[in-house]
Design a protein around this ligand. Structure first.
Ligand code: UGA
Length: 445
């Protein structure tokens, strides 16, 4: 099938490459010229495992084309996925100006039937606006359908998630659109992946409701972890005990310093606003957000409780990306934590396997804030090591080397990546979240 993807951001690019892998011919529209230039040469502007290889393969096989000419894309595919950005306005609402702009272009350039599919995360009933805009601007009486087909990929495992979805959600009106979707996703439904066909409004809601629910789960477990710290229980054991209940499930019960990224913070805010606009006070989600912000502050307070004076202390930081396997630092907890420690006068020694360069766009290198290419070098002379992102290479780190390199073997782990027992045996003063409490100076001598 010929498919057009408008917007080669995170979702758009993975969707483009994923549909090419399923045997379709793709035209991807991107208006940012530097991004377009990179993409045309097979260079992915984002780090995502497996993406570059797949991109290069499909460019070579002529299955995927990139252009900035939206009119060509509209003519090319009968199926058009809208993957443009829906950033957050100052008041938390989604900015839908790019969606409107594309809808107008669509109206101007459509010459035959089109199935227009929202993939970007949008507020409920955006499909009605897209339909209205197209009807207002279209020149001739050309048939089209609007559908919503939200994406549930996670950064760091986006290609795998695309190729192995838990479910596919499609909100549509009419038999013609339904038949096209059944064809698009046939290879998945043949493998018994559930295809949930519903109304566009329900599909739009499913996306926001799913992300907000997952964020709620994280804030919930983080509050339980705060209680664990007070009473001396281990949050990992508590989460495991809860998670075996199938109704609760084990995923997204990892306590730590809270969620970040381009989705949860923005989507929770947007969902609160959507509810508010419809006269619903969704204060549960306001609490979820508040808890998430507070976890970062509490982590900095924990560092102060452990190190006392921050000024002039050498603090190594492992992990800047908002989660492992990505170079994305949007809304990353590391931003707030580094900012607070810098204000308090620490000498910061930062390391991330992929996100150093992106982090430099917020914190430029200076005397008291240095970036390292090697995680062990970042530890030289450190009074403490903070673990902010749970990259696999940290979990597998050589702890003897870690200890040798540091001035003091103090680790403050925001992601609970090590066993407290092993750390004790290895002579670390190891602090983590919602687990065994160490008094400063207790263990490492
Ligand atoms: C999230 C959703 O998981 C995807 O289903 C959705 O498609 C995507 O948003 C989106 O809307 O595009 P993503 O933001 O890439 O995906 O990453 P997650 O793995 O969900 O992690 C989000 C944040 O929650 C990270 O900061 C992570 O560290 C944190 N987290 C996750 C926890 O603190 N604890 C957990 O147990 C799980």
């Amino acid at each position: 099938m010929k498919i057009t993807i408008i917007g080669a951001g995170y979702v758009g690019l993975v969707t483009a490459v994923g549909f090419a892998e399923l045997g379709n011919e793709i035209m991807c529209i991107e208006k940012d010229s530097s991004k377009l230039n990179k993409l045309s040469q097979g260079i992915s502007p984002i780090y995502e495992p497996g993406l570059t290889e797949m991109l290069q393969k499909h460019i070579k096989q002529n299955k995927i084309h990139f252009t900035d000419k939206i009119e060509d894309g509209i003519v090319f595919g009968d199926i058009i996925f809208l993957c443009v950005g829906t950033p957050q306005n100052d008041d938390g609402k989604a900015d839908l100006s790019q969606v409107e702009e594309v809808a107008k272009e669509m109206a101007k350039n459509m010459k035959s039937y089109k199935l227009i599919i929202e993939k970007s995360t949008v507020p409920v009933n955006t499909h009605q606006w897209v339909k209205t805009v197209i009807k207002r601007y279209v020149r001739k009486n050309i048939e089209f359908d609007i559908a919503s087909n939200p994406e549930f990929l996670k950064e760091g495992s986006a290609i795998r998630d695309f190729m192995n979805p838990d479910r596919i959600v499609v909100g549509l009106e009419g038999e013609r659109a339904k038949l096209i979707f059944e064809q698009i996703y046939k290879s998945f439904t043949d493998k018994e992946v559930p295809l949930i066909i519903t109304t566009p409004a329900a599909a739009e809601l499913i996306k926001h409701a799913s992300n907000s629910f997952l964020a709620t789960k994280i804030s919930y477990i983080n509050m339980v972890s705060a209680l664990c710290e007070k009473v001396g229980a281990d949050i990992n054991m508590v989460a495991e005990g809860m998670g075996y209940d199938k109704r609760i499930g084990r995923d997204f019960l990892k306590a730590g310093i809270g969620y970040g990224g381009s989705c949860f913070p923005k989507d929770v805010k947007a969902f609160i606003k959507i509810a508010e606009e419809h006269g619903i006070d969704f204060n549960l989600l306001e609490e979820v957000e508040k808890i998430n912000t507070t976890r970062r502050i509490k982590f900095v307070e924990k560092i102060e409780d452990i190190l006392w004076i921050i000024k002039d202390k050498n603090i190594a930081v492992w992990g800047l990306a908002f989660k492992p396997n990505t170079d994305d630092i949007r809304e990353a907890p590391a931003i707030d934590i580094v900012r607070e420690l810098e204000k308090a006068g620490a000498n910061l020694r930062l390391y991330d396997p992929k996100a150093n360069e992106n982090f430099k766009s917020i914190f430029s290198e200076k005397q008291n804030l240095k970036y390292f290419k090697d995680k062990y070098d970042a530890l030289k002379d450190a009074d403490a090591l903070l673990i902010i992102t749970e990259w696999d290479e940290f979990i597998k780190a050589d702890l003897s080397r870690v200890k040798e390199n540091m001035k003091l073997p103090i680790i403050i782990d925001g992601r609970n990546i090590f066993s407290a027992k092993i750390m004790k045996e290895k002579g670390f003063e190891y602090h983590s979240i919602g687990r065994e409490k160490f008094n400063p100076g207790e263990v490492w001598k």
